[in-house]
Design a protein around this ligand. Sequence first.
Ligand code: SAM
Length: 380
Amino acid sequence: MGETIIPLADLRYAAEMPVVPSDAAAPSGLLADRLGRPLRDLRISVTDRCNFRCSYCMPKEVFDRDYRFLPHSSLLSFEELTRAARLFVAHGVIKLRLTGGEPLLRKNLEVLIAQLATLRTPEGQPLDITLTTNGALLERKAQALRDAGLKRVTVSLDALDDSIFRRMNDVDFPVADVLRGIDAARRVGLAPIKINMVVKRGTNDDQIVPLARHVRDHYGPGVVLRFIEYMDVGATNGWRMDEVLPSADVVRRLSAAFPLEPMAASAPGETAQRWRYADGGGEVGVISSVTQAFCGDCNRARLSTEGKLFLCLFASRGHDLRALLRGQSPEGQAWTDAQIAAAIGLIWAGRDDRYSQLRSAMAPDLGHGERRVEMHYIGG
Ligand code: SAM
């Protein structure tokens, strides 16, 4: 037959139609969910495409030539993203993280950054705007990103050894190019730089100490290396608990090479536990999303590539904000900022997600009944 059926609407992930309350108060910046958690951090996925095929995130077998990424018309435009971000900021968001997919693949991303950089908190403060990237295009784009108003950057880097790195990104991408991207980011003053390494036991756990040594020797305290436990996000990576290296083991291995001392968290809701090198060589972080769930003060919301609002990385359903940004009220009028802000407020006020904690208390195969959203779509 060879016929392609194009769905009228992209039903990739089920979404709730947001309710627009008629009598909501204007945003006060003091919004809290059912567990008393404020809304402070918005992660925006600007594309579902990536130039890497890391097996733990976008395995080649699934995300191959036949995979249908979202059409451009499904993506929120820069104007829609900036409008949405402004409404979140009115509710208390102070930090925006652009992610994906690979955010640097979104054309003219610096134009979006320049627009977001004009936003101010209700107190008149600029936002903390950052970006998570695999670093492949960073050398080329660092200056334009900085000029547009980006303050800092997080680079994902899973190995220092070139052959391990090429195997993990599964597109044969050389580690030297990412290291040059980090150098460029440092040169143009994107700071502090964070480097995130996802640790998979048996795949790259022998890279923990070499990467830490590289960061200490070449970059010093201005660059913070963080180790992330391999998580069971999405439904395509074939996650297994025996491939998770608990953060406690990471700290043990690191401190055998470089003695460490615990540090206090710098902000509530911070995902990483911080450690400092006893010799003053800077700090490292560990993100224990599997072995020590941290839902208690989670203040993050995620906006998917096509404008669905997710309240948890492990959620299976989002709230279709794009329908409000592009649609009309029953009276045939475009929804106003006040109405969309009220809808966002209602969604957050009803939030009681604490999937990671509940999962820790469950048998490993529970909680997979509903199809979970993929990380490249929701934003890591
Ligand atoms: N392409 C960008 C990058 O590589 O940083 C941004 C998107 S990526 C989904 C964001 C982060 O999520 C990366 O640091 C990646 O390593 C991490 N990640 C993806 N899948 C993961 C998993 N299963 N467990 C832990 N971290 C994961």
